[in-house]
Design a binder for this molecule. Structure first.
Ligand SMILES: Cc1ncc(C[n+]2csc(CCOP(=O)(O)OP(=O)(O)O)c2C)c(N)n1
Ligand SMILES: [Mg+2]
Length: 413
């Protein structure tokens, strides 16, 4: 009984270091159990899909249910390779940071299925507005040279962004990868604006917006949902719920009493809550959302349930705030192991092939790193010339910038 004194509720994770997390808060569903509505479903009629969990792969590696996508064994093997490549790339870059060859790094360990499977549902010309954990969108493509990505992370002489961006903040217009911004959530509203512009121009390209569970607490998130809903913008609104926002549990951003996907339904947007560690479910849901956008049926919000298996970044120590063995108990497992299990179950893969693919990709990443190092690392102290800071903003540099450049150069000598 209350004695009249008011108090706030401050959500907490179920376990801190040294204890066992109770993952029942995730509210899972069985694989194959969730319906797949037609793409012209009314947004309000997706309310149940925003609280349950769309899954295709079951615990035995069988692919079941209405969301089963049409992917053949070759597609699945290349999906597995894309995930393995992303994991190998991250592992090498993490070492590079420990060797002081790059200043900072962010891996996507445990979340590889989301970006790599989503990439397969998009078309050339579509534009992603990613955060810093979607390197899989680039690494799943054949036309992006990993060496160049490494050069960006090293800010070296081959860095296409000339040292102006933090490591991992890539930018690839030709690959539909909008420049990453460190100011969280800004890219969400930009994606909706880009999608609206595409429709205003009667173009056929769609946008894909990316945000983490924690960053949904930013006001740009709500603004983006309003614009996307009102104008039925051709955009996919991805929320990667990896349970943590640095040391802050997802419940602090509002994931305790309701789901993040539920925000979409509340804003009048068709929404899904999907197993983000299930490559097949990610592909199927992404394809469903892309088809809706391409058919002028408006935005789709998808909450991907996953787990950030590594540290937030190389500046973080997760053993301070969460149980060290959390990932090994996460009920949705490891996306790589789950797709491998499925491929083995259908007779399209083996342990031997898996090991060979892993070794081949490790060698590819090592060779790429050696090549990237030829253009310098953080250790050799290369800094792009000061003047480059003023370039590439305006076609013709305005007088006030020329004046600032002159002043800066005077200070330099
Ligand atoms: C506007 C803004 N606020 C705070 C930060 C600092 N910051 C960087 S990452 C991060 C956590 C984000 O967590 P989440 O959105 O869940 O993404 P995740 O790192 O889990 O992928 C914070 C608070 C920032 N970069 N921008
Ligand atoms: Mg997060």
């Amino acid at each position: 009984m209350s004695n009249g004194a008011l108090r706030l509720h401050v959500p907490e994770p179920s376990a801190r270091p040294g204890h066992l997390t109770d993952f029942s808060y995730l509210h899972l569903a069985r694989a194959g159990e969730v319906r797949r509505p037609p793409i012209d479903v009314a947004p309000a009629d997706t309310a149940d899909l925003a609280t349950t969990l769309v899954r295709v792969l079951d615990d035995d590696g069988r692919a079941v249910g209405p969301w089963l996508p049409q992917l053949d064994a070759n597609d699945l093997r290349s999906g597995l390779r894309a995930m393995l490549k992303t994991r190998a790339y991250d592992a090498r870059m993490l070492i590079a940071q420990r060797q002081k060859k790059i200043s900072f790094y962010m891996q996507c360990l445990g979340e590889e299925a989301i970006a790599t499977a989503h990439a397969g549902a998009l078309r050339d010309g579509d534009m992603c507005f990613p955060t810093y954990r979607q390197q899989g969108l680039l690494l799943a493509r054949d036309d992006i040279d990993m060496v160049e990505m490494m050069c960006q992370a090293m800010s070296n002489q081959r860095d296409p962004l000339k040292g102006r961006q933090l490591p991992v903040m890539y930018s690839y217009k030709r690959a539909g990868f909008f420049s990453i911004s460190g100011n969280l959530a800004t890219q969400y509203i930009q994606a909706v604006g880009w999608a609206m512009a595409s429709a205003i121009k009667n173009d056929s390209r769609i946008a894909s917006a990316w945000i983490g569970d924690g960053a949904t607490a930013e006001s740009d998130f709500g603004t983006a949902l309003t614009f996307a809903n009102v104008y039925r913008a051709p955009v996919i609104l991805n929320i990667v719920n990896n349970q943590w926002a640095i040391s802050t549990f997802q419940s602090i951003a509002g994931g305790e009493a309701s789901t993040f996907a539920g925000r979409g339904v509340g804003a009048g947007i068709a929404s899904l809550r999907v197993d983000g560690n299930d490559f097949l479910a990610v592909f199927a849901a992404s394809q469903w959302a892309a088809e809706r956008a391409r058919s002028n049926l408006g935005p789709t919000l998808i909450e991907w349930i996953t787990y950030r298996a590594g540290a937030h970044s190389t500046s973080d120590d997760p053993s301070r705030y969460r149980p060290a063995d959390d990932w090994s108990h996460f009920p949705l497992g490891d996306p790589v192991a789950r797709l491998k299990q499925h491929l083995v179950a259908i007779g399209a893969w083996s342990d031997r092939e898996h090991e060979a693919a892993q070794q081949e990709l490790d060698a590819e990443v090592s060779a790429a790193f050696k090549q990237a190092e030829q253009s310098g690392t953080l250790l050799d102290g290369h800094i792009p010339p000061l003047a480059t800071m003023f370039e590439d903003v305006y076609k013709d540099m305005p007088e006030h910038l020329r004046e600032q450049l002159r002043q800066a150069q005077e200070l330099e000598c």
